[in-house]
Ligand binder design. Structure first.
Ligand code: NAI
Ligand code: A1CAB
Length: 268
């Protein structure tokens, strides 16, 4: 897709997506633009990736064919108000904010505009992102396909019903944070028992990466894969029993529900 791609708001999520898009070779850095309130993170991105940077959101709106709104949800109203009259006629606006609906944003533009809602996650930086997508009626079938290709350049991407976006936000948008907590806890436990810190992170993360890959690539149910690790009378089942007694699954389900509920409240 030979289009100019812009990011309004260059924080954690935008930086990961810029790294993913440029790193995958999906587009050349000279076709990528980013604006931010201050220059700090922009200088870093310019130096690292060679993209164009500015503190003027209007510049992105005027130049780009695909515009990511990557500011926090509370700023959507203001930022859309500032750019709505200058975005290019056929530009596709991609909204990545938790809890912000397509309908709310259509109203903010106050006219027909091509809108996509996306829920990516930060592993897009290393080509292993997971993005959910929904679009409004102004986006054509070909554009839907192009958008999926864009997001697939840095991971997996799937269309979902828009009402499931809050669930997706909790299960894949936020879940890298829970996974890092799990990895950190594993590593802390290993350090407690004498493994050097750096090795503890490597061993814990590679085991989690491998386990995730097993689920995705073998198609075997996670419960069965777990059973394959638990040798009869062995050490793993001791850990499984202890984790169950301490409510691991319940803690995860309740944590996820908290994220989903918060995301729903952010729509109101
Ligand atoms: N961090 C994540 O893993 C994910 C974040 N998101 C969504 O991405 C959006 C951004 O989140 P983060 O990157 O985490 O936040 P962040 O705080 O790291 O980034 C926001 C950036 O916007 C800039 N900014 C503030 N006011 C601005 C303005 N008026 N014009 C231009 N830039 C402005 C800030 O300086 C900051 O660099 C949010 O809407 C969030 O819901 C979605 C999926 C995952
Ligand atoms: O914490 C947040 O609100 C965003 C949405 C998903 C990940 N980060």
């Amino acid at each position: 897709m030979a289009r100019e791609i812009g990011f309004i708001g260059c924080g954690n999520m935008a930086k990961a997506m810029i790294g993913g898009i440029v790193g995958s070779g999906y587009t050349h850095a000279t076709r990528v633009y980013a604006s931010n309130r201050s220059m700090g993170s922009l200088e870093e991105m310019k130096e690292r990736f060679g993209i164009h940077v500015t503190t003027d959101n209007a510049e992105i709106a005027r130049k780009c064919d695909i515009v990511f709104l990557s500011v926090t949800p509370d700023l959507y109203e203001k930022v859309i108000g500032d750019i709505k009259d200058i975005v290019k006629e056929n530009a596709i606006m991609i909204m990545i904010a938790a809890g912000q609906t397509i309908e709310q944003n259509e109203k903010r533009f106050g006219r027909k505009v091509k809108l996509a809602r996306a829920m990516p996650n930060t592993p897009v930086l290393v080509g292993e992102g997971m993005t959910a997508l929904s679009v409004n009626n102004e986006i054509t079938k070909d554009e839907k396909h192009e958008l999926k290709e864009l997001f697939e350049s840095f991971g997996k991407a799937e269309y979902v019903e828009e009402q499931l976006m809050d669930v997706v936000s909790g299960v894949s948008g936020s879940s890298p944070a829970y996974a890092y907590m799990f990895i950190e806890a594993l590593a802390d436990g290993a350090v407690l028992h004498g493994l050097p810190r750096q090795q503890a992170y490597t061993f814990a993360s590679q085991a989690v990466l491998g386990a995730a890959k097993m689920v995705l690539e073998t198609g075997i149910h996670p419960g069965e894969l777990k059973d394959q690790v638990c040798s009869p009378g062995g050490s793993t089942i001791e850990a499984v029993a202890s984790l169950e007694a301490n409510g691991l699954r319940s803690a995860v389900i309740r944590g996820l529900s908290a994220a989903i509920e918060k995301s729903k409240r952010m729509t109101e």
